[in-house]
Design a binder for this molecule. Structure first.
Ligand SMILES: [Zn+2]
Ligand SMILES: [Zn+2]
Length: 215
């Protein structure tokens, strides 16, 4: 039987991934879990309402954490969602095919991963400094989640938001380009930036949205 996109979508494995990651509760509760994780991590820099670091150092670490998210976003999207094949890349493939469906990584997996990573790195760095860097890095993830949701569900007006949306919708149509989301910087650095649909390349996996939908 010829494998159409629709038949490929409804394999038992895809159905399990869809059940794990596409419940409306999972999608929205992920925000609650992620905000709680940020508070938990940043909370390591405080004791009895007092910050344990000089404010200047805390602000510098917060900026490092937030900015480092943009690189995390690029690398996680490229490798975890596209290059390394797993249930996560299959879940992301579902998102490429159905960009408006509420599909998210199961909230308990990201929560567990962050807690294990924090505990592991805590052996090497002070928990107050690590809490601020990782907390603000994860705040970047939350901001990405909101913006990414907007790119598939909201008009996003004009200017920077519209450019961000168009950048991402080009990725949906041409998945080898535009792995960054909140900034185009890393795509420029790594040579994967496409300002417009590349000439000669065939669109794939654009689902129900095309780059033209960003206008
Ligand atoms: Zn998307
Ligand atoms: Zn993708």
């Amino acid at each position: 039987m010829a494998m159409t996109p629709e038949t490929k979508l409804s394999t038992p494995r895809n159905d399990l991934i869809r059940r794990l990651g596409s419940s409306t509760f999972n999608y929205w509760f992920g925000y609650v879990a992620n905000v709680a994780l940020v508070i938990w991590m940043v909370g390591h820099a405080f004791a009895h309402g007092t910050i344990l670091l000089p404010w200047g150092k805390a602000l510098a670490l917060a900026a490092i954490g937030l900015l480092s998210w943009t690189l995390s976003e690029y690398l996680l999207h490229k490798y975890v969602y596209h290059v390394w094949q797993s249930f996560l890349s299959e879940g992301h493939d579902l998102h490429h095919r159905r960009p408006r469906d509420l599909i998210g990584v199961p909230w308990y997996l990201t929560t567990l991963a962050i807690i294990v990573l924090f505990r592991a790195l805590n052996s090497f760095f002070g928990s107050s400094s690590l809490g601020i860097v990782m907390g603000f890095n994860w705040l970047g993830y939350i901001l990405y989640c909101v913006s990414h949701h907007g790119s598939h569900h909201w008009a996003m007006g004009s200017g920077r938001w519209a450019r961000m949306k168009r950048h991402h919708l080009i990725h949906h149509a041409y998945p080898e380009f535009n792995w960054g989301f909140t900034t185009r910087f890393w795509d420029r650095v790594f040579g994967t930036y496409a300002e417009r649909p590349p000439t000669g390349a065939r669109p794939s996996g654009s689902g129900s949205q095309s780059p033209e939908a960003s206008r």
